[in-house]
Ligand binder design. Structure first.
Ligand code: PLP
Ligand code: ZN
Length: 504
């Protein structure tokens, strides 16, 4: 829609102006720091930071219904800067001018409702929100769009020319970081650190294709993370891990979209996310709390975090019911098909602890829960979801397994509606499906492939065909006819097809 055609009360707010007073706040000592320099941890106590808008209350001058219609009308404006996560500019990073926003097609991913057989199998109505349909095929693009837009703003304001962006990754962060950095190739170079042999071939091809320097580090993600932290502490680099609080702000867009997708009516909704480094669940809680605070939503949704038995430090923490006895202990991870969440010492744990408290203290809060699932359930759920029309990755399968577990444990009940985060595209993790089908999953995963879920291609070598088509070889018309007919007959035989009646 053209700007002049929007209703009067919307038109003057359609294009957001820069506003707000953003600061880094230390979660441990409550110290605040200006945002003009990139900062990842508190210089005093080394704890993680959050970004707060000290003028958030200015947004309360307008009632919830105003924001709802503004965000809904904004979907109709054709301006690239507002086509992605910055449709919610006021709620994400209102200090960034529209001119500095980098938009590569992220956000506004579809919510796809489960078909009847799948709903029946689970026992609940639910949707997958396909965050694998982001540009680098995972939700990480949401946070990266915010972090790189802010970096772009700093680069332009401070006239910087040679910025090196760096991150450690279980695969998807590096794909997103390399993609957005490549878009800024004149000023930003990208380097990524990956745990050797712990990312899929598809994931490693992504930063390579974007032209990043790719380093493989022996060990698991937690080891990579330590190396990157050392680099960020001692050298001039822009850290793009979720320690970078700008990423959390961008990832809050997931919650804004879920709210928008249900016309801001979240009573009885259950939002399910896998937990790895815990940036995502932090952002999801933070996003809903912001909407609730501003009156954009009247009810908070229930939140369920899911972890595999092989990487479950957050689950273990919340197993202790007595708040005063809760202590966080990192775990040593074992191999997990939910590889993107295979993290034993989540960087955002202090943020989670803080936000769960706030979430549970909110008026009429439906609460936050963490459930644990087996590797077998993760893999089976992914395959079953995809056999019903979804494109879930293994972490999406983990969400489905988590929803079923939550139902069994009475955390959710009949009548509630699930929203499951399909955090990446199934193609990124195709190797796990392939190994499952071929019975070749390493025993460490503790998964026994189910015959009924397996699927392998059949090579058709029809009897009586002497010469087969090959590149560069032309068959005679007779040979080719013979090949087509015999091959078709063999397929029909294997499928048990009935021949058509001759037409009269
Ligand atoms: C990063 C990632 C996760 C885990 O998210 P955290 O923010 O680290 O908890 C889950 N699934 C996929 C596909 C990811 O890329
Ligand atoms: Zn501090």
């Amino acid at each position: 829609m053209r700007a002049g055609e929007f209703p009067d009360e919307i038109r003057s707010h359609l294009l957001p102006r820069t506003s707000g007073d953003l600061i880094y706040r230390c979660l441990q000592c409550d110290e605040i720091f200006p945002i003009e320099n990139l900062l990842y941890t508190c210089p005093g106590c080394k704890s993680v930071l959050m970004i707060d808008d000290r003028q958030l209350d200015r947004l309360k001058e307008f009632p919830g219904p105003f924001w709802r219609s503004l965000f809904d009308y904004r979907k109709m404006i054709n301006l690239p800067a507002l086509k992605g996560i910055f449709l919610f500019h006021e709620l994400i990073a209102p200090v960034i001018p529209l001119d500095d926003i980098i938009y590569l097609g992220e956000g506004h991913t579809p919510m796809v409702r489960a078909n009847e057989p799948l709903q029946e199998w689970v026992g609940l109505d639910f949707y997958f929100k396909n965050d694998g349909q982001n540009p680098s095929a995972s939700f990480k693009d949401r946070g990266m769009a915010c972090a790189l837009s802010y970096l772009n703003y700093l680069v332009r304001r401070q006239g910087l020319t040679e910025v090196l962006s760096i991150c450690a990754s279980t695969g998807d962060t590096s794909a997103a970081a390399a993609l957005y950095s490549a878009y800024m190739s004149q000023t930003v170079k990208s380097a990524v650190l990956l745990p050797h042999k712990k990312v899929t071939p598809q994931q490693i091809s992504q930063p390579l294709g974007s032209g990043a320097r790719v380093f493989e580090i022996p060990g698991v993600f937690d080891d990579c993370m330590k190396v990157v932290e050392h680099l960020a502490d001692h050298y001039h680099v822009a850290l793009l891990n979720s320690k970078n609080a700008w990423r959390i702000l961008g990832q809050e867009s997931y919650s804004f979209e879920v709210a928008q997708g249900f016309d801001y009516e979240l009573a009885g909704k259950v939002v399910v996310v896998p937990i790895g480094n815990a940036g995502n669940i932090t952002a999801v809680m933070g996003g809903f709390l912001k909407l609730f605070d501003l009156g954009v939503i009247d009810t908070l949704p229930k939140i369920i975090g899911v972890q595999s038995e092989h990487a479950d430090p957050v689950y273990r923490y919340y197993q202790e019911a007595d708040l005063s006895k809760r202590v966080f202990r990192a775990v040593v991870v074992r191999p997990s098909v939910a590889q993107a969440a295979m993290i034993g010492n989540p960087v955002s744990m202090p943020r989670v602890i803080r936000l769960v408290e706030t979430y549970e203290q909110a008026e009429t809060s439906p609460g936050v829960f963490v459930v644990q699932v087996s590797e077998q359930e993760i893999m089976d759920c992914q395959l079953i979801a995809n056999r019903n029309g979804h494109i879930a990755c293994t972490q999406g399968g983990e969400c489905l397994a988590g929803l079923r577990r939550a139902l069994q444990e009475g955390i959710v009940a009949q009548g509630e509606v699930g929203v499951l985060d399909a955090t990446a595209h199934s193609l990124k993790f195709a190797g796990f499906q392939e190994s499952y089908f071929a019975n070749e999953l390493d025993s460490e995963y503790e998964i026994i492939p189910k015959q009924e879920l397996k699927n392998v291609p059949s090579l058709i070598e029809a009897p009586g065909v002497e010469r087969l088509p090959r590149p560069g070889i032309t068959l005679s018309p007779e040979e080719f006819k013979n090949f087509v007919e015999a091959t078709a007959q063999e397929i029909a035989r294997q499928l048990g097809l009935k021949t058509k009646e001759p037409e009269s």
